[in-house]
Ligand binder design. Structure first.
Ligand SMILES: [Zn+2]
Length: 164
């Protein structure tokens, strides 16, 4: 494992001298990670790897360790080649996504707020309106919960089609 890391760092240093070895090549995506609790390696391949690369937030209930089973936290895993933490890697991939991606990612929240504002405005026109201060967070949450799943599907589809 150390040898692989050294090899990678040397390759990275020679590739670009102005970058420090602590920075990670944005176009390099390792596929084997180590679950630090058990020390065993898991290879990410096929469709799950493609999905993870295109939509880094598609998988959100941790990752899988072939030794321990499903649902191990990403924070407990590092890439074998680079030593980068999986959770940090995921954040780095997310930061590189387009504005459209982030707009869709947070759409349940902002559409929820717009929906709640609309309902609140409607209520205030009525002679006996509902309590808008109580209603606003409830309406926002309701819309966000309803939109969460369809927006995730839309997001991953657009990512797989390389639109966002
Ligand atoms: Zn494990």
């Amino acid at each position: 494992m150390e040898l692989v890391t050294e090899k990678y760092l040397k390759a990275w240093e020679s590739k670009s001298e102005q970058n420090t070895p602590q920075e990670f090549d944005p176009d390099y995506h390792p596929d084997v990670y180590i679950h630090e609790r058990c020390g065993k390696a898991t290879q990410l391949s096929g469709f799950p790897r493609t999905v993870s690369l295109r939509d880094p937030n598609w998988y959100f209930l941790g990752t899988i360790c072939v030794h321990c089973g499903g649902g191990v936290p990403e924070e407990h895993c590092v890439w074998e080649d680079t030593g980068e933490n999986l959770a940090a890697y995921k954040k780095r991939l997310t930061r590189r996504k387009s504005y459209a991606y982030h707009l869709i990612r947070w759409s349940p929240v902002w559409i929820g707020i717009l929906f709640a504002a609309y309902i609140g405005f409607q209520q205030l026109q009525k002679p006996q309106p509902l309590n808008v201060f109580v209603g606003f967070p409830i309406w926002t949450l309701m819309a966000a919960v309803i939109l969460w799943f369809p927006m995730r599907i839309l997001r991953v589809l657009l990512c797989l089609l390389k639109i966002i």
